[in-house]
Design a protein around this ligand. Sequence first.
Ligand code: G3I
Length: 378
Amino acid sequence: MTLNRRQALALLAAGIALPPGLAVAARPGVTLKEAAGRKGLRIGNAMAGGPNRFENPAYRALTARECHAIVCENATKWTTLQPRPGVFDFKAADAIFAWARKEGLKRRGHTLVWQEDRWAPSWLVNYDFGAQPGREAERILSDHITTVTRHFGDDLYSWDVMNEAVDPATGELRESVLTRRLGGPVAQIDMCFRLARANVPRAQLVYNDFMGPEAGATKHRASVLRLLEALKSKGTPIDALGMQSHIGPWSDLEAKGGKAPFREWRKFLDEVTGMGYKLVISEFDVSDKALPGDIARRDAGVAARAKDYLDVTLSYRQVTDLFMWGLSDNANWLRSQKSMAMREHGMPSRTTAFDDELAPKPMYEAMIAAFREMPPRG
Ligand code: G3I
């Protein structure tokens, strides 16, 4: 007897183990790129060095098959690009982008500034800004953004200009070694976007953050909205909000009768798009840490969460791109982030569309189904 994927998923999600030996129908050979592309949605993947990623020809081939675009997971961050003051190192990023260009993959940048000091290069955090700290801070920021954006130029169609400027715990805007010398966070963020616009005028400029639909992110969402409103009133050149979309067990939502209602998430997206911003799903993966160890049930739970989230979020035609933060479970950051993945059963995480052998998982089917059901992009 053969069940199709969806029937199998439904059984598994209901906690009914599949009878041994049951064949699950193979799916038609549609790719993520084809299914999403039919509706005008661009699919991307984060690429990084390492044996499970850029150094694995099969992983490169999978990315080229399934995606329209790539972003460097780490190679275009300040810590990598300017490891010492005035010393730039584009080697790793140029190698990844050269491959992408050859494969016909579009390229986006992540991230010109990651606000929290712990993600800035140590030389910057410990820098002596001298007698005119404001001018020196502006010179350093302008030098970094100008050098980096000009190096890549129009080769990158989109940039995360600013990443994670909000402290989710307090809802306050983060201070950093730069904000304290550049008139505060809003002024510094505005400066970053104006510098990017001046150097790459055709690039989509994105504010990127991890606020999510869960009840615990209420303060985070509210603060991001306030920031976007403040920047809009300043005329800051921002085109889109990047929703990282590291989603996962939102038991507080699911407790209300199964399907998460996402009421607050819809309100949030209504407000963001109401201000005229586009939306980018920028770092999609699904935490499995609260799911059971049984692989079939865990995969079904991840697929169900992915579908719930994408059905709501992709119903907004303003979502132009969906980037995954790794296409296979062993290429996803959660595999190595023991604290984040903290699963009771201690088994390796299964948080993406493909397994360690690069075979599609139920989450892949869930994404294809979500693309089939979403409205075409405006
Ligand atoms: O490359 C060095 C290697 O030479 C060294 O031996 C090793 C041990 O110190 O570190 C390696 O660098 C690591 C790098 O990943 C490449 O593997 C860094 O320590 C490690 O901190 C870095 O983690 C990345 C993290 O951002 C911090 O930059 C993760 O791979 C990456 O998935 C994660 O991505 C972030 C987004 O940029 C922003 N949104 C959240 C997301 C998840 O945290």
